[in-house]
Design a protein around this ligand. Sequence first.
Ligand code: ASN
Length: 311
Amino acid sequence: MKYDKDVDELRIRLGSERTRLIARISSEIRISAGLFLRKKGFIELNPVIISPLTDPLRHKTLNGSIDYLDSRFYLMRSMIFHKQISLLGLEKIFIFSPNVRLEPADHAETGRHLLEFTQIDIEMKDVGREEVMALAEEMLIYILEHVIRQCAGELSTLKRTLIIPRKPFTRIRYLEAYEEYGPAFEILISQRARAPFWIIDIPIEAREFYDREYTEQPGILCDMDMIYPEGYGEALSGGEREYEYEKILERVRNYETNPQDLVWYLELAKMGLPRCAGFGIGVERLTRYICGLAHIAEATVFPKIPGAIGI
Ligand code: ASN
């Protein structure tokens, strides 16, 4: 019975005007992001879908995997390592990267999590955090302006008014935000904010092992998250990356992950990795913000909501 009802609901949603409007806006977001990055000299790489090497992530998800030969491919949780490795030969890259993160069922309540999503993963060789933060601000403004121009009718039907933010976006240090607002600082500040802002300098215990640690501030990373206003929460995360083998080894040793899963990365790092920085911005979260949607499930035609089965 439940199956029949779900199919009914699915047919209604797929056939609705609202689904069409949101899909059109999402498509324009992809077009404008690609245009912007190509204009800036980035080249697009093919996404990796399965690999023995993927992001260990800070928060625990179930790891989707496929056994093959006497080994194992993981479904990509992010292309973080592939981005850095690709810069052995390239300078500026981006990927529309599908990620699978099998989140616990209660993550459906955040309105921001999907089991399957796409992030635009961006990485640049020989640059620091400032360059990638400036790029991210410029890119968000470019996308917003493009969508407002191309999709004025759709936005008006959705009753969504967008304000173009001014550069540079406000920056708040992680520990200061934590001290003032407590552990839920991100969403609390997001709810009050009227423009996107940055959380910077994230402590080592709140992040994966690959962002670069300041030499002059041990325990603090040279990285950042961009947060949307109006309660929409995290837009992107990124930072400068560790690239020196000894430091990577030390960080891995202190990180709770199976070192066996990182052998490819560690072997390549031993032979030398480029200095780089970058970020990944989720397409569905951006669609949710631009369209003003209560739940991210509406931001994609075939959503996979935590705790549910969808097609
Ligand atoms: N894409 C993110 C980054 O570039 C990493 C992630 O998705 N966990 O830092």
